[in-house]
Design a protein around this ligand. Structure first.
Ligand code: SF4
Length: 315
């Protein structure tokens, strides 16, 4: 697979672009995820023409449409930032981004819970960074996270699974549009979708079943929207355990009573969160290889992202 293109707040790459001339290097993003990702850096404050170093800023006013104001001299940077950001998101369309990693707590780049100060100088953590808001409105289906949230193993696994899935979807888009290509992708992703949302699994199954009745362009559009919505819903031990039991059903004939008992125990220990997901998945992968199970060996659920990222060791 080619590298995945992701937008990122420039300071997370270790570039000295912050208001104080420093950076916020995140080693997981550069050294680990960076092996699979091509980053497109964006520093809204520098790229809209502000110097390094510069006066620090914050958001103030209405949390729904705050102003971006410098702390000491009270210069209002809102118009400058908004007009730059609106142009820049259009330029970013050509990059083929599969997601964006924002810098947390930034009045320009933060994606959620950013402090917005009222006229008495009291903050509420309800704002969105000015560039981040415009970016997310322009690309509503793109996976986004901030580096702080990515320290949470479940959020990290979910985000990385979504960007790898979007990349595979983009590869389908790059081919000639055909119902067959879409159905193949859907077939491979069935159990992954089921692990996020049984409801979306049903909806997508119906959509694909009537694929011949829908105009191709519309089918692609609907499918992409529902796929991204489905993956936005978090997996849980209960949902994963259901998928694992579903997979176990494919070995009804081959497994001995003892092997079935062992597998059920492992799934149950995972459901109760005594062991991580990688344990039952590895056992099932073993049976898939041993019995060369044709449907399961194509399932992305069993290998949604590179093993080296160790994402299922912690969920
Ligand atoms: S948080 Fe955003 S605006 Fe601030 S230095 Fe980092 S990239 Fe630039």
């Amino acid at each position: 697979m080619e590298k995945i293109t992701l937008g990122i707040s420039t300071c997370l790459l270790g570039e000295n672009v912050r208001y104080d001339g420093g950076h916020k290097l995140d080693r997981f993003l550069t050294d680990t995820l960076g092996q699979y990702v091509e980053y497109v850096p964006v520093c809204p404050e520098v790229e809209c023409g502000l110097p390094i170093p510069r006066e620090s800023m914050h958001l103030e006013g209405d949390p729904e449409s705050p102003r971006l104001v410098t702390l000491r001299t009270k210069q209002d940077m809102t118009e400058r930032m908004v007009s730059w950001a609106r142009k820049h998101v259009v330029e970013l369309e050509k990059e083929g981004l599969c997601g964006f990693i924002f810098k947390s707590d930034s009045p320009s780049s933060g994606m959620e819970r950013i402090r917005v100060y009222n006229e008495k100088g009291m903050p509420v953590k309800k704002g969105v960074g000015m560039f981040a808001r415009i970016f997310m409105e322009h690309f509503p289906l793109l996976p986004v996270e901030d580096e702080g949230r990515l320290h949470d193993p479940k959020l990290r696994e979910n985000f990385i699974e979504r960007i790898f899935t979007l990349k595979r979807w983009r590869e389908v888009l790059a081919k000639k549009e055909s119902r067959g290509n879409l159905v193949d992708l859907h077939t491979q992703h069935k159990l992954l979708i089921l692990s996020h949302s049984p409801k979306h699994y049903q909806i997508m199954g119906k959509l694909v079943a009537k694929a011949k009745e829908i105009r191709l362009k519309e089918l692609y559009q609907q499918y992409q929207t529902i796929l991204m919505e489905a993956l936005l819903l978090k997996t849980t031990p209960k949902k994963n355990a259901n998928v694992l039991q579903h997979m176990m059903g494919y070995f009804r004939e081959q497994l001995s009573a003892d092997e079935k008992k062992e597998l059920l125990e492992v799934i149950d220990h995972y459901r109760q969160e005594y062991i991580p997901l990688v344990v039952p998945v590895t056992l099932i992968q073993h049976y898939v290889r041993k019995y060369d199970q044709p449907y399961l060996k194509e399932q992305v659920y069993l290998h949604p992202h590179p093993l080296e990222l160790q994402l299922r060791n912690h969920v």
